[in-house]
Design a protein around this ligand. Structure first.
Ligand code: V4E
Length: 287
């Protein structure tokens, strides 16, 4: 799904500028280790919004013309460092079944961000709808995942020498034949990543007009949630996608301005309150 990114890292006035192959403008802040990718032409981004899944949700979806596309079950394992380096950077590494996936936050270029702020100030719901949606890029190629994990790990505070040595060990490993050849525990160990969540989801999926996908998830720790998702290719498509999602949320009988917690919010709150609290305080999850 994602085009290949070539990254260069250079230190500029205490910040690292990540440049991608087609466009630039991502900042990896040395201070807080946070990083945002630019939204690039030709790289799709998931615009998503959770909603409360009720007993009549499937009936309502069908009334709205949704087509059932199937039910599947998958097991997710999520990984982070003991210091929560990835999740505190809003970066979510998981192994779904046997496939590695990394969900990274997306920030649009400076000019486009200003346009978004204008829409927020202008009212009419446009800005609010965008705020209620999350935007992530999902990376599925292991070498890109490892690159990205390294960037986030290296973005943490201090420890420059240690990070340089760690980066060199990783690059050596790649020269020896690539991460695909390593066992999972070898590359996870390289970055000191440990599993912090594990759960199984049964997902029923529907497709609505305009390519909106509705997923209804039932998780094995007793939690249900719905999610509406559109894939966008350009920053200009984000507001229309967010508004289409907001319309559907209302048609499903939900309040247009509610932020609904996802599976990870529920899981961490129940099983890892310390990790949950850190993410709340860092505004990476919301109460
Ligand atoms: C917690 C989180 C992420 C991990 C994956 O979360 P989620 O989208 O809930 O998983 P899932 O299974 O629906 O993924 P999909 O199959 O759609 O790829 S990724 C981003 N976050 C943070 C986050 C947030 N801050 N707010 C909301 C409403 N959702 C997620």
């Amino acid at each position: 799904m994602c085009a290949r990114l070539s990254l260069s890292l250079c230190a500029v006035a205490g910040a690292c500028v990540l440049s991608c192959q087609f466009y630039t403008a991502c900042l990896l802040s040395e201070e807080d280790g946070e990083c945002f990718w630019c939204l690039d032409r030709g790289m799709s981004v998931e615009v998503e919004r959770k909603f409360v899944c009720r007993s009549d949700t499937e009936t309502r979806l069908k009334e709205l013309g949704a087509e059932f596309v199937g039910e599947r079950s998958f097991h997710d394992r999520y990984f982070d460092t003991e210091q929560f380096t990835l999740t505190l950077s809003d970066t979510w590494l998981r192994c779904r079944g046997a496939c590695w996936e990394l969900k990274c936050p997306v920030r649009v270029r400076e000019g486009e961000e200003e346009e978004e702020k204008g829409r927020e100030r202008g009212g009419g719901g446009g800005g609010r709808n965008i705020k209620l949606c999350t935007r992530y890029r999902e990376i599925t190629e292991l070498s890109e995942i490892v690159d990205r994990v390294r960037q986030v790990r290296e973005g943490g505070r201090g420890r420059r020498k240690e990070r340089e040595r760690e980066g060199e060990r990783g690059r050596k490993k790649e020269r020896e034949g690539g991460w695909e050849r390593q066992t999972d525990s070898a590359w996870l160990g390289e970055f000191a990543l440990v599993q912090f969540a594990s759960f199984t989801t049964v997902r029923r999926s529907y497709i609505l007009q305009g390519g909106v996908r509705a997923d209804l998830d039932l998780v094995d720790f007793g939690f249900t949630v719905g999610e509406l998702e559109v894939l966008v290719e350009t920053p200009e498509q984000i507001p229309a996608g967010a508004e289409r999602i907001a319309e559907l949320v209302e048609k499903l009988g939900e309040s247009a301005c509610n932020r609904v917690p996802g599976k990870m919010d529920a899981y961490l709150k129940q099983f890892h309150p310390e990790h949950y609290g850190r993410l709340l305080r860092a505004h990476k999850l919301h109460p």
